[in-house]
Design a protein around this ligand. Structure first.
Ligand code: ATP
Ligand code: MG
Ligand code: ZN
Length: 492
C-alpha cells in the first residue's frame, strides 16, 4: 500500500474430503496461480502434497493481494499443516518469495519495505537470495537468504542453520557523480550561480534559452553538486525504487536520483498509477531531481498534476478499492526554448515566430506551475570568443563543498532544507530589514507576483544568505533572489 508493507497472515486448513485446493482472501491471478507453483515445488523437493481439501486464507481479506510473493509462506503453511515440518517456530519469521517449479526461490519486488516492517516487528525475514542485498539495506534487520525451499526447512530443523546476511555496501558515489563535471561548461556564470543556489536550498529551477547553449548540459551536472543523502533519505528513495518497475539497484544506494522522463511520457508514467498503484517518475525522483527537458512539449494536463506534489511533497493515487500514497519530494529542474523556433531574443534576430505562436508556446506552462518555480534564468548564446577563452571554470567538487556547507547551516537551523520551510519557519528565520521589506513589496507589485512567490523569494534569499554564511538576509541577497523571478513577467 503506497510504500508501506502491510503484514499478511496465511492460514492453512486441511480437512478430509475430495482433494482440492482453494485460496481465499482477495487473491489476484498471480496469487491464484500460486497453487500450481507450490504443488510442483513441494513435489520436486521430495515432499508430499496432501491428498485432502486444502483451504488457504490470506488475511486481512479486504486487502487485495498480488504477485508471487506469498508462494514461500503458502508452501511452508501446507508443510506445517501436514506435519512435514515443525510449526512451532514459524511465527518468529516473516516470509517472502516466489517459487519456481523446482523449489528454487525467485526474487520479488518490494522487499526493502518488507524488511523494514519485519525489523520493526522484531522478526527475522526470510527472503530469496537475490533479494538479500536489497533487504540488508535496512540497518538492524535480520535477513535470512534462501536459494531453495529446502534451505529453510533444513534451517528450521536445525540441520543447516542459515547465517544472517550482512552487507557493508558502500557504492562509490564519486564514480557516479563525476562522469560529467561542471567545469565542462564554459561561461554561463549566471546559470551556474543559479544552479548552485538551487542545489543549496533544494529550490526548483527553470532555464530558458536558444538551442545549444548548454541547458541540458547544465541540468545533467546538477546531481554532482548536490549534498549527500542522509540515511533516512537514502532509505526512502530506495524503498520507492524497490516497489517500482525496474526495481532496486544497490549501486545507486545513497545517491540522489536524477530522473529525466521524455516529454512523451504518459501521466501514469510521470505521477504513478495503475490498478495496483506503482510510483511514477516524480516519486522515483524523491529526494533528488526531476529534470523535464523541453518543458512546453509535455502534455499540459500532465504538467498540471505536478502542482499538488510540488507543494506537499507526496502524491495520493486513488483507486476504487484503496488509496496509495507515495513520497514525491523532488526538486524540479526544467529547460525550454523561448519560442517554438528557439531563437527569440537572439542577437541575430533569427526568430521567425509571430507573437501568437510565442504566446501559445509559453501558455503551455501555466501560471500556477511557474509560480512554484523559484529560480527562472536565461541561458543566452555566448559569443564565440568567450566560449574559446573561458578555461578557468570551477569543478563540481568546489561548488559541492559550498553547497554542503550551506545545507548544513539549514539543517542546524530548522532540520530541513530551505525549500521545505513552512510559512511559520519563514516568519521566524527569514526576517528582512525594514528597507528590504519595502523593496520586496515594490518588486512583488511591479512583477505582479502572488503571495506564494513572496514566500518563495524569501526562501531563496535565505539560501543565498546561507551560501555566504550570513546570519541575516542582506539587501544583496534579497535583490539576487528577486532577479530570479524577473523572467516570469518579462514582456515577450
Ligand atoms: N557553455 C557551453 N560550454 C561548453 N559546451 C557547450 C556550451 N553550450 C553548449 N555546448 C555544447 O553544445 C552541446 C549542446 O548543448 P546542450 O544540449 O546543453 O544545449 P541545450 O541548451 O540543451 O539545447 P536545446 O535547446 O537544443 O536542447 C553540448 O553537448 C556541448 O558540446
Ligand atoms: Mg537541451
Ligand atoms: Zn521563434
Amino acid at each position: 500500500m503506497g510504500i508501506q508493507a502491510l503484514p499478511v497472515t496465511i492460514e492453512v486448513h486441511l480437512t478430509n474430503g475430495l482433494p482440492r485446493l482453494s485460496i481465499v482472501g482477495l487473491p489476484e491471478t498471480a496469487v491464484k496461480e500460486s497453487q500450481d507453483r507450490v504443488r510442483s515445488a513441494l513435489i520436486n523437493s521430495q515432499f508430499e502434497f496432501p491428498l485432502q481439501r486444502v483451504t488457504i486464507n490470506l488475511a486481512p481479506a479486504d486487502l487485495p493481494k498480488e504477485g508471487g510473493r506469498f508462494d514461500l509462506a503458502i508452501a511452508l503453511g501446507i508443510l506445517a499443516a501436514s506435519r512435514q515440518i515443525p510449526s512451532d517456530d514459524l511465527s518468529h519469521y516473516e516470509f517472502v518469495g516466489e517459487l519456481a517449479l523446482n523449489g528454487d526461490l525467485r526474487p520479488v519486488r518490494g522487499v526493502l519495505p518488507m524488511a523494514l516492517e519485519a525489523r520493526d516487528a522484531q522478526r527475522q525475514v526470510v527472503v530469496p537470495y537475490d533479494n538479500a542485498t536489497e533487504a540488508s539495506m535496512v540497518s538492524g534487520a535480520s535477513i535470512l537468504p534462501v536459494k531453495h525451499l529446502l534451505d529453510f526447512c533444513l534451517h528450521l530443523q536445525n540441520i543447516t542453520p542459515i547465517i544472517p546476511y550482512c552487507t557493508e555496501h558502500t557504492p562509490d558515489s564519486a564514480t557516479v557523480y563525476h562522469i560529467a563535471d561542471l567545469s565542462d561548461v564554459r561561461g554561463q556564470y549566471h546559470a551556474k550561480r543559479a544552479l548552485e543556489v538551487a542545489a543549496a536550498g533544494g529550490h526548483n529551477l527553470l532555464m530558458m534559452g536558444p538551442p545549444g547553449t548548454g541547458k541540458t548540459m547544465l541540468a545533467s551536472r546538477m546531481p554532482g553538486i548536490l549534498p549527500p543523502m542522509a540515511e533516512n533519505e537514502a532509505l526512502e528513495t530506495a524503498t520507492v525504487a524497490s516497489i517500482a518497475v525496474g526495481g532496486f539497484d544497490a549501486d545507486l544506494w545513497g545517491i540522489r536520483p536524477f530522473r529525466a522522463p521524455h516529454h512523451t511520457a504518459s501521466g501514469v508514467a510521470l505521477v504513478g498509477g495503475g490498478s495496483h498503484p506503482r510510483p511514477g517518475e516524480i516519486s522515483r525522483a524523491h529526494n533528488g531531481i526531476l529534470f523535464l527537458d523541453e518543458l512546453p512539449e509535455f502534455d499540459k494536463r500532465v504538467l498540471e498534476v505536478l502542482r499538488e506534489p510540488m507543494e506537499s511533497g507526496y502524491i495520493i493515487i486513488s483507486r476504487a478499492a484503496h488509496q496509495a500514497e507515495f513520497p514525491a519530494n523532488f526538486q524540479l529542474v526544467a529547460a525550454m526554448n523561448p519560442c517554438p523556433c528557439g531563437y527569440r531574443g537572439d542577437s541575430n534576430n533569427r526568430c521567425q515566430c509571430n507573437p501568437q505562436q510565442v504566446n501559445r508556446y509559453r501558455s503551455k506552462i501555466s501560471g500556477p506551475l511557474l509560480d512554484r518555480i523559484d529560480l527562472h534564468i536565461e541561458v543566452p548564446n555566448l559569443p564565440r570568443a568567450e566560449l574559446r577563452q573561458d578555461r578557468t571554470s570551477e569543478s563540481s567538487a568546489d561548488v559541492r563543498a559550498r553547497v554542503i556547507a550551506a545545507r548544513e547551516i539549514q539543517i542546524q537551523r530548522c532540520g530541513k532544507q530551505n525549500s521545505l520551510l513552512s510559512s511559520k519557519d519563514i516568519d521566524s528565520h527569514c526576517r528582512l530589514k525594514e528597507n528590504d521589506e519595502r523593496l520586496l513589496d515594490t518588486a512583488i507589485e511591479q512583477l505582479g507576483l502572488s503571495a506564494r512567490a513572496w514566500y518563495r523569494i524569501l526562501k531563496v534569499a535565505r539560501t543565498i544568505a546561507d551560501l555566504s554564511n550570513s546570519e541575516n538576509i542582506q539587501t544583496s541577497h534579497l535583490t539576487e533572489a528577486i532577479t530570479y523571478r524577473r523572467l516570469e513577467r518579462k514582456k515577450i
